[in-house]
Design a protein around this ligand. Sequence first.
Ligand code: ATP
Ligand code: MG
Length: 307
Amino acid sequence: MPKRLGRMDEDKLLDRFEVAPGKRLHLKDHDPGWMGTPDLRRLGRDEVKARAHRYLEANLEQLAQAQELLWASDTHSVLVVLQAMDAAGKDGTIKHVMTGVNPQGCRVVSFKKPSTHELDHNFLWRYWQVVPERGQICIFNRSHYEDVLVVRVHPELLEASGLPPGKRGKSFWKGRYEDINAFERHLARSGTLILKFFLNVSRAEQKRRFLARLDDPDKHWKFSTADLHERGYWDQYQKAFEEAISATSTKWAPWFVIPADHKFVMRTLVAAILTRGIRRLDLRYPTVSAEGLAALKQARHQLESEK
Ligand code: ATP
Ligand code: MG
């Protein structure tokens, strides 16, 4: 990242990761190992990393201020969706991007396999329960997209979910995309800024990270044979991601494909896109009425005249 980015340069840089609504996503056109423009790469990895860190820090400061404004103005909320293959760095991204924000106004919800109680409802039901309140930033660590990703890759999950019998072909999945778009449209209309990130890690980098977990006893707890099993479905997942993202990147809830092989690049981009998104809401601190100002003046007088 350059030392200082003008707003227009920044917009140009960040826009390249957005999936334009209606455009078909081809993941082969997105380099998971992207590390800056050719000009930047010439400076070498260490310099790019140092600049990325400075840019990240500046963004995190802005994010903390933006969050306070979000909280104070109490008209909007923010929903961040994180989706990725295992070991892409969802947890680390959450940890880094959320440093400095006030925990009172921020919540992370991680979604696992649905319970039988959850499966007894429509597929969006469990997400409805936890959408952010006004003033709040909520991060979905996995999300309603699992219902068109893991469930698409493993049709037996769908069969076990208790739906009425019917065909599960293309139009079934198209129906789910439409439901998701309608759900997100409703949230957006009600004041929720929705930003969705696909952390795009390469197959080779995932292997390297799995091996690192096996090499280091302190990282053994992070290794799961289930993750290795899912790796066997790599191509099916890529296809499911391509299709889901193409069908659900909308003006009101855009997807960003974030290069994830270099963690510093990934975290920096997510923080920058989130900060920019909140800034664009153009929020204002609530103004105090003339009556309110008079009450404040009276309060000052009262405090100052205390013995
Ligand atoms: P970490 O491993 O870093 O703790 P994780 O998000 O991988 O984070 P896990 O408990 O390992 O958490 O995995 C959660 C599992 O739940 C994933 O395999 C995911 O695909 C699955 N899951 C999430 N939502 C659904 C869903 N709607 N239907 C079926 N499976 C789901
Ligand atoms: Mg896992």
